[in-house]
Write a protein that binds this ligand. Structure first.
Ligand SMILES: Cc1ncc(COP(=O)(O)O)c(C=O)c1O
Length: 454
């Protein structure tokens, strides 16, 4: 099955076993118990799920006050300085008991279109409700779209969001997945030049990329983002731009310090023709509005594509909950959304600075200065052995009740078609999603752990 075998590093009785030699990509280094039936395929273990499973064995539970989840993929969800009060209730109406429209209620589609027009398309042709499809979460919006792809070549960047691995793999009978590895020298940022070269050389008809990027925090913006849109139009390559972290933007002040960026970043501002530019934008309430549990995601793009994606939903999921959509209307009211996004950049910029300072002091280095998301992608090669290996660092940090995510999980490998060592064995994703006090506690513990190893 391509699973790793060999001596386990610890807990030989556990279901998840790590081989020290030979080293392989993360997804092939996890051994599971034999399947009950061969009817099920080997579903890849997403990094964050693995991290939580391992931490749970040591007593972790969500919200446990003594654990610091610096592996977490969600922003803090409670009341936050400067943010509007959290939405606590939603009315249930008689029509909520019935199925709703597959692509979302007309009211929410209109509110999402209006949100984009207000933020990014002043003085430009507007998006309408027909340009929006709502799904129960961002992953479902992406999955529906990938399920709608024709038999084509699809590009993706490395490293990128772990969930793309299985989404791409599921459709490999029809589509071919083509990786573009970003370079450390370029801060792991996909450049327009690399994008164009890949589209032409590999004959790509679509490309999926998170921007801002999970895990690296790299962000493509301004003229370069405009270039991506132009290349997509010129080459007729449908760009699937995952903008789930578009409000978490930080920028450098004149004195060299870092603070909140002044505005969210979206390719919506660079689209010429909302009906013909082949760009699909993905976002939702999960990160930017801090409601991951509501499962509200959407895709925005040309109405013909939106219509096709909506049809996929009829077999896949049956459309989103009207109840969650009614709650989403309250979160997207202009004054609520704007106050939230301003607060998010302000509060998270302070947490970003604390994390960057603490990790730098420990000896973690970065390919570029973290400019977005709530993740820091750091290299451990300056840490004392054995903490300079991300899997060992991860295990040791768990002993201190701190969770992190080893970089190899982001070396996504649809269909396990690539073998060999991952270049991210010394890279780690650290999350500053948790509230400041919990974050500070986690960083103090990591500092002490590294200091003890020197
Ligand atoms: C890059 C990226 N896109 C999309 C999502 C989708 O989130 P959800 O399905 O929870 O709405 C996530 C969540 O971790 C993400 O990191």
């Amino acid at each position: 099955m391509g699973w790793a075998s060999g001596p386990s590093s610890q807990n030989p009785g556990d279901r998840v076993i790590f081989a020290r030699q030979p080293r392989r990509l993360a997804s092939t280094r996890i051994e599971r118990s034999p399947p009950v039936s061969h009817a099920l395929r080997d579903v890849p273990y997403m990094g964050v799920i693995f991290v939580v499973a391992e931490a749970s064995k040591l007593g972790f539970e969500n919200g446990h006050p003594d654990w610091c989840n610096l592996g977490q993929g969600q922003p803090e969800v409670g009341e936050m300085a400067g943010a509007p009060e959290r939405i606590h209730s939603v009315e249930l109406l008689p029509e909520d008991h019935a199925y709703g429209p597959l692509g979302g209620t007309p009211e929410l589609c209109a509110a999402v279109a209006q949100h984009y027009n207000r933020l990014y398309r002043q003085g430009k042709s507007p998006y309408g409700p027909e340009n929006v499809s709502i799904a129960q979460g961002g992953r479902l919006a992406l999955s529906r779209t990938m399920a709608a792809l024709a038999p084509i070549n699809v590009g993706y960047q490395l490293p990128d969001y772990t969930a793309y691995e299985d989404m791409l793999e599921l459709h490999m009978a029809r589509t071919s997945a083509y990786p573009v590895r970003t370079s450390e020298a370029e801060g792991f940022r996909l450049t327009a030049e690399r994008y164009e070269r890949a589209v032409i050389d590999a004959g790509l008809s679509s490309f999926v990329v998170s921007n801002p990027c999970n895990p690296t925090g790299a962000v493509i913006s301004g003229d370069e983002l405009q270039r991506f849109v132009s290349i997509s139009r010129e080459q007729n390559c449908t760009l699937l731009l995952d903008e789930f972290y578009s409000h978490f933007i930080y920028s450098k002040n004149a004195d060299g310090s870092w603070g909140p960026g002044d505005r969210p970043v979206s390719a919506a501002a660079s689209i010429d023709d909302v009906e013909n530019d082949p760009v699909l934008l993905f976002d939702g309430l999960t990160k930017n509005h801090r409601y991951p549990g509501w499962r509200m995601g959407w895709v925005v793009g040309p109405s013909k594509m939106i219509d096709t994606i909506g049809r996929v939903a009829s077999a896949m999921d049956g459309g989103p909950s009207r109840i969650a959509q009614r709650a989403a209307l309250a979160a997207l009211k202009a004054e609520v959304a704007d106050q939230e996004t301003d607060a998010v950049r302000e509060v998270f910029a302070a947490k970003r600075n604390l994390m960057v300072e603490s990790l730098s002091a420990m000896g973690v280095r970065f390919a570029s200065e973290p400019a977005s998301t709530f993740y820091v992608w750091g290299c451990l090669d300056g840490l004392p052995e054995p903490l300079n290996d991300s899997m060992t660092f991860f295990r040791r940090a768990l002993e201190h009740k701190v969770m992190t995510v080893p970089g190899t999980f982001f070396d996504i490998n649809p269909g396990k078609r690539r073998s060999g060592r991952s270049p991210y064995e010394q890279w780690m994703r650290f999350s500053f999603g948790p509230p400041m006090d919990n974050l500070a506690m986690g960083l103090e513990r990591l500092t002490a752990m590294v200091a003890a190893a020197r």
